[in-house]
Structures are given as structure tokens and as C-alpha cells.
Design a protein around this ligand. Structure first.
Ligand SMILES: [Zn+2]
Length: 292
């Protein structure tokens, strides 16, 4: 395991990236990393995340209470929303919160990122829903966030910003970059007359890539492929739960109600170009996600 001081340095590095990429203004944003079930490192409140050094970083327990903080530093006031993610998602090792311009604009306009417009966004994120507005630093944000946690790895926070989480710090940060890039593309293509969306068949192919590579995290592609809930190997039975059917991305997997074939059949010559394209895209996406 990487030592604690190294992780503190990594948090400072990611803080600088977030600040330098205009994903936060002034002292906004916060980052946390799980050390073990009862120890978490997090950024302090009231400092710019672009100018932190390791001694700024605080340590809290699973409830967000301070274990260690140097004089003058207090854990982020938003630590509660981070702790809710760790509590509900034991697979998560890091949480990143920022206010990137485009993603936050969508969060303010009340438009979730659900339009399937590019392969990487569909594979890496699926859809990014909006968690209902809550007053910062109260329990409203964690409470409103909770229902999205079992199904997604990124949400917009209504009239506020974005929150991403993943297995480790780098992956959680990369997810934030992906969300912002997706939001920016969506915004720009709307200016150009509206994006041309993938059809359901193409979305299914991209979801299939994600499943095939067993990519970590939660995503609409991980929802049960069996509409009738016969073999709930993907959702652990969640397909019986009406709640999850309301989430964006769900509908793409159920074209005509048929479950996708278990084995991919040999591609016909006409489909080869498609297959090659998807393979190339997948390679790039996997590299971007640091999976290979
Ligand atoms: Zn915020």
C-alpha cells in the first residue's frame, strides 16, 4: 500500500489539476481518499485546492469526525456527502467534488447528461443524473444523493456542481474530467443545432464492450440484462425494483424487450468496419481509464 504521505501529495497534485483546469473557483471543491474502513484523508475547508501542501490534508473517521488535522485546518464542510458515498459503496476508494463550468451549468439548468453522443462517454459514464438540490454542509445533499449511489459513479448536484467517485483518486478525478468533457461537448453540439444521438443498437454495442471488459464501478450497462429478471446476475435482483427503472440509461438495454445474446456471433463482413471501430475506441477508453 502507498504510504499516507504519498497519498497526501497525490491529493495536492489532483487539487492543482482541478484548480488549473477551471473546475473550481477560489476555495471551492473537495477531495477525499479512503485509507481503510475507519480512516479517510480529505482536503481542508477554506483553502484553494490549487495551492495545497501535504500538511494541509486532514484525517477523519467513517462518520467524518476529525482524527488528525494540523492547527488552522478543518476538514471540508462537505465531508458528509463523501462519507455517504463510502458508506453505501464499499468498492469506492476516492471521491472528488468540483464545480466545472459546463457540468455545473447543466446542473443549474436542471438538464441531466443523458444524451448518448460519443462512445467514450457512453462506455465510461453511461448517463449522469442530477441529484436533487440540498443545502451545502447539511445532510440534505447526502440524503438526496443516496438513491443514485448503487447505480452510478458520477452525478450532477442540482444548482451546485458535480460529484464523482471510483476505486482510487486518479480514477475518481478522471471521471470528473470525463463528466466535464461530456457536458462541454453536449453544450457545444446543442449550439450547432443539436447532437446526433446514437441509436439504441449502437448504445447496446457500447454497453456490451463495457460488460465484456468487466470495468469496475456502476453504470447503466451493469443493470440486469434480463427484462423478466430470470437470471439477475448483473443487478443482483434490482430489476425487480421499480425504483431503478426511473434512472436514465435504463431504457437503452431493453430494445424490444430481448436480452442480448450471451455470446457475440461472428461478425458478418459488413459489420467488420464497425467492430474494428468499436475495438479501437475501446482500447482508447481503457487506456484513458488506466485499465490497460
Ligand atoms: Zn460544492
Amino acid at each position: 500500500m502507498v504510504n499516507e504521505f504519498e497519498i497526501k501529495k497525490q491529493i495536492c497534485d489532483i487539487g492543482r489539476r482541478i484548480y488549473n483546469r477551471n473546475m473550481v473557483a477560489a476555495n471551492d471543491g473537495n477531495i477525499s481518499v479512503k485509507l481503510n474502513d475507519n480512516e479517510f484523508l480529505c482536503t481542508p475547508t477554506g483553502v484553494s485546492k490549487g495551492f495545497m501542501t501535504p500538511e494541509f490534508i486532514c484525517k477523519v473517521d467513517a462518520q467524518g469526525n476529525v482524527i488528525q488535522a494540523n492547527p488552522g485546518f478543518k476538514p471540508s464542510s462537505e465531508i458528509k456527502m463523501h462519507m455517504r458515498v463510502y458508506q453505501k459503496r464499499p468498492d469506492v476508494g476516492s471521491v472528488v467534488h468540483a464545480h466545472p463550468i459546463y457540468a455545473t451549468s447543466f446542473a443549474i439548468a436542471g438538464i441531466p447528461l443523458t444524451q448518448p453522443i460519443m462512445p467514450e462517454a457512453v462506455i465510461a459514464l453511461g448517463c449522469v443524473p442530477i441529484a436533487e438540490y440540498g443545502t451545502p454542509s447539511t445532510m440534505e445533499i447526502p440524503d438526496n444523493l443516496e438513491k443514485y449511489l448503487p447505480y452510478f459513479d458520477a452525478v450532477l448536484l442540482e444548482n451546485h456542481g458535480a460529484l464523482t467517485w471510483s476505486t482510487d483518486l486518479n480514477a475518481a478525478y478522471m471521471k470528473m474530467e470525463s463528466v466535464e468533457f461530456y457536458a462541454q461537448l453536449l453544450y457545444q453540439s446543442k449550439l450547432l443545432g443539436g447532437p446526433k444521438e446514437f441509436d439504441k443498437e449502437n448504445i447496446k454495442k457500447l454497453y456490451e464492450i463495457r460488460r465484456k471488459f468487466g470495468m469496475p464501478g456502476k453504470h447503466p450497462a451493469n443493470l440486469c440484462q434480463n427484462k423478466d429478471g430470470v437470471n439477475c446476475h448483473n443487478c443482483g435482483g434490482a430489476c425487480h425494483n421499480e425504483e431503478y427503472k426511473q434512472f436514465p440509461g435504463y431504457q437503452y438495454d431493453f430494445v424490444g424487450g430481448a436480452a442480448p445474446a450471451a455470446e457475440t456471433t461472428t461478425a458478418a463482413p459488413a459489420a467488420n468496419a464497425d467492430a474494428e471501430l468499436v475495438a479501437n475506441i475501446t482500447k482508447q477508453v481503457m487506456a484513458q481509464l488506466g485499465l490497460k
